[in-house]
Ligand binder design. Structure first.
Ligand SMILES: [Mn+2]
Length: 493
């Protein structure tokens, strides 16, 4: 039998599970007689504090670990942070000493590894992360779980929620039913980049667990929004714009009329993709393909992009689409209600309904932010940037992603966004289109190197297409110059 890369990774996770259980005194019998005589505290089971990132992958990670600890009867508390900054690490150090806690970091920690080791030493914590480590030549520490050490890409094959899921499953095979949460996390990090929005690598195996446990089914359908009215979905959510109809609702209505597809049902309600019959869907697909090739000069990949996989969740009613669930979590995290997202994932129906309301507010904030950002784009040699004091730092990354993936004119250069943060610092979000990554651009590396060179105290982190940092506001000008230069150098090689 050929060895799959996941084997090495799973073995490593198994070792780290033992380290974890030993560190928290999981199975230790407490001899009360002995402790009565001793002046010291008996070795009670330690309680765990989970620190996780506030995006949808981070919240899914936190929910998986919380679930697993609850089932193992290990007490825990949970905190969600926008980034694992040095000031938090110093506070955590105090917490370990004063309260005898064990710390789990999920969806961050790898980027802060050096600082964590300096401050916390090498025990009392465990990192479950999927961001690229700085040095892959060194063997990973016993308190560090990261897929890159085993030849698995944390950018496309597994998310932090996936790493947490594998850890939870190692802890207890019953946790196999948490696999759907790992898929929600992976969708949040946009890892379904295989053919027709499929998963690759470890994510694919996790999806199989989710299907086997009945938590997810996979459906294929047209890749436009399934919940918006059909003509709006066609006008604004096609995977590639069709200049002859995109952005123009009246033209889309005429297009549908020519196909004899009604935009309203008999009760005068606007129909969505979900309301179409199979034959209507076929007609629509055929017409979109010929519209693309005959009138819009589309490349041969276009037809393939019109169909995509949908991951349907069985137990989060009224939310069924895992991508929607993932967006909902992101909204909860960014708006400052991460616990609503986590309790929704852990099965609390009331939280889920509240989270749906928060998502509506979030959508409005995002559209307002996008307008402000578009009005404030500045062009440099190799990058574009934007800043506005009314755009909140918590949503800057989301806005940056949407702009770089939806505006053709913004795809040619990476987009670097800045937002006001605390104490005269700026939050930095950098995003780039896939094409540029294929040409060798690595934004994570660029931000890390520049922050190191400029001796900025908060370590930067991220992946080639998406990275972040936090810099002193007074360094803005020189920071932009440095990034502009570094991007030019990377792309000319
Ligand atoms: Mn992540």
């Amino acid at each position: 039998m050929t060895k799959i890369p996941l084997d090495d990774f799973l073995n490593a996770i198994d070792e780290r599970k033992d380290y974890f259980l030993k560190s928290i005194n999981y199975n230790k019998k407490i001899d009360l007689k002995e402790s009565e005589n001793s002046k010291e505290f008996p070795d009670f089971k330690k309680s765990v504090h989970i620190y996780s990132h506030l995006d949808s992958d981070g919240l899914s990670s936190a929910a998986i670990i919380a679930y697993a600890l609850k089932r193992a009867d290990i007490s825990y508390q949970l905190s969600v942070l926008p980034q694992l900054e040095t000031k938090y690490i110093k506070e955590i150090k105090e917490e370990i000493i004063s309260y005898n806690r064990f710390i789990i970091f999920s969806d961050f920690g790898t980027g802060q590894l050096k600082f964590l080791k300096n401050e916390l030493g090498s025990n009392n914590y465990l990192i479950l992360d999927h961001h690229q480590p700085e040095n892959l030549k060194e063997l990973p520490d016993i308190f560090h779980v990261n897929p890159y050490y085993y030849g698995i890409s944390g950018e496309s094959e597994i998310s932090a929620a996936g790493v947490c899921y594998l850890f939870a499953k190692t802890l207890d095979p019953k946790n196999k039913d948490l696999s759907s949460l790992a898929i929600i996390g992976a969708l949040g990090d946009m890892q379904n980049k295989g053919d027709k929005g499929s998963f690759i690598g470890s994510n694919k195996l996790i999806l199989e667990d989710a299907i086997h446990t009945g938590k997810i089914t996979v459906e294929r359908d047209l890749s436009i929004s399934r919940y918006q009215p059909l003509y709006i979905a066609l006008a604004y959510s096609l995977p590639e714009k069709l200049p002859t109809i995109s952005g123009n609702e009246e033209k889309v209505k005429l297009f549908l009329k020519s196909l004899q597809i009604k935009i309203k049902n008999e009760w005068n309600e606007r129909r969505t993709l979900l309301n179409l019959s199979t034959s209507e869907k076929k007609t629509l697909l055929k017409a979109l393909i010929s519209e693309g090739y005959e009138k819009n000069n589309k490349s041969k990949e276009f037809a393939g992009k019109l169909i995509t996989n949908y991951y349907i969740l069985s137990n989060f009613d009224p939310i069924s689409d895992a991508r929607e669930m993932s967006k909902l979590l992101n909204a909860c995290g960014r708006l400052g209600f991460p616990s609503l997202g986590i309790s929704s994932l852990m099965g609390d129906k009331k939280s889920l309904l509240k989270a749906i309301e928060k998502n509506k507010i979030f959508k409005r904030e995002i559209s307002a932010g996008i307008r402000l950002a578009e009005e404030n784009i500045r062009n440099y040699n190799s990058i574009n940037t934007f800043y506005h004091n009314n755009i909140n730092e918590k949503i800057i990354g989301t806005i940056c992603s949407i702009l770089v993936h939806s505006r053709e004119e913004l795809k040619i250069k990476p987009l670097i966004a800045f937002a006001d943060s605390d104490n005269h610092f700026l939050k930095v979000s950098a995003r780039a289109d896939r094409e540029l990554i294929n040409k060798g651009l690595n934004l994570g590396q660029i931000l890390r190197e520049i922050c190191q060179k400029m001796e900025i105290i908060n370590p930067a982190g991220g992946h080639p297409p998406a990275a972040g940092a936090k810099i002193p506001s007074m360094n803005l000008k020189i920071f932009i110059e440095e990034v502009d230069k570094a991007v030019e150098i990377q792309l000319s090689n």
